[in-house]
Design a protein around this ligand. Sequence first.
Ligand code: UT7
Length: 327
Amino acid sequence: MAIKAAITCVEKYVPESILTNKDLEKIVDTNDEWITSRTGIKKRHILKDKDKATSFMGEQILNGILEKSNTDPGEIDFLICATVTGDMIFPDTANTILDKCGCKNAFGYDLNAACSGFLYALTTGAKFVESGSHKKVVVIGVDKMSSIIDYTDRTTCVIFGDGGGGVLLEKSEEHGIEDSIFRGDGSGRQYLHMKAGGALNPASIETVMAREHFVFQDGRPVFKAAVTGMTTTVKQLLAKNNMTLEDVDWLVPHQANMRIIKSVADMMDFPQEKVMVNIHEYGNTTAGTLPLCLADYESKLKKGDKIVLTAFGGGFTWGSTLLSWNY
Ligand code: UT7
């Protein structure tokens, strides 16, 4: 029987500080009613400490995984950190997390696929386990979105929050990551990006004055492409695996907007009660949303449950992954 990569542990971390819709009413021209009805978000967690960033949250997640799975730091082989808000442009944040957690026998790197980052990283990590080359692989999705959000821009600051989660992947002959379909379309970059800070527009007084070091999003085209992209790849993935939606126990959609989540489920006639939702708690944590969902629903999951995760994000990047739950 082929070796599969199974999720054997899941953990999450969100910072303590909370930013509610009411708090945002005092900062920008918005209101709780607009945010709730247009996005489903009630609050987000914000990492306030000036000296803490994405690696701090990754460290909490990895330490949580080590403790919960009773794993020695030296046993970890490989870590992928999906993020668009690494501590620095370089070096990567994955190796900083490994260092902070005392994982001396591992290597790691970051994966930048915005809101699809965790899903891309999950499949990448699974390949290392499936090939037999690595035994204990950790995949983290985490973002400190508050570090790239313009709190004078009401169209983006109400949406995003900080936090994330991670999983341990180990070999299994029964359950695990089954299959994925991923897509990308670089022409979508015009709708969702950060203008400055990269090689194209390095930081300068001008870029700072023009507020170009923040997330830019043209929401409507992203909304439409997200619904189509997630729905299409879920359907394709199920057809490819000779399954129907009735075979699926849980749908785990990226938490960008409650209306997107509802549209995806409605377009496929999939029951809402089998859709994981926690957007009201955290907002959109970019690479963090999918592991946050798995962590929050962990107690409801049963061995053998068929789970379809689906995501859409900046790039554009999107896709869906099918797995069977291992515990
Ligand atoms: O995770 C990565 C992928 N990202 C996504 O999937 C996000 C996709 N997009 C969305 O979720 C939605 O497009 C948004 C939540 C970003 C915006 O919702 P919308 O229903 O598409 O609103 P809109 O941009 O079409 O704006 C409608 C109105 C505008 O006013 P006018 O021009 O009609 O007078 C906006 O200025 O709502 C206004 N508006 C707000 N009003 C109060 C925009 N933001 C706010 C706000 N509070 N925070």
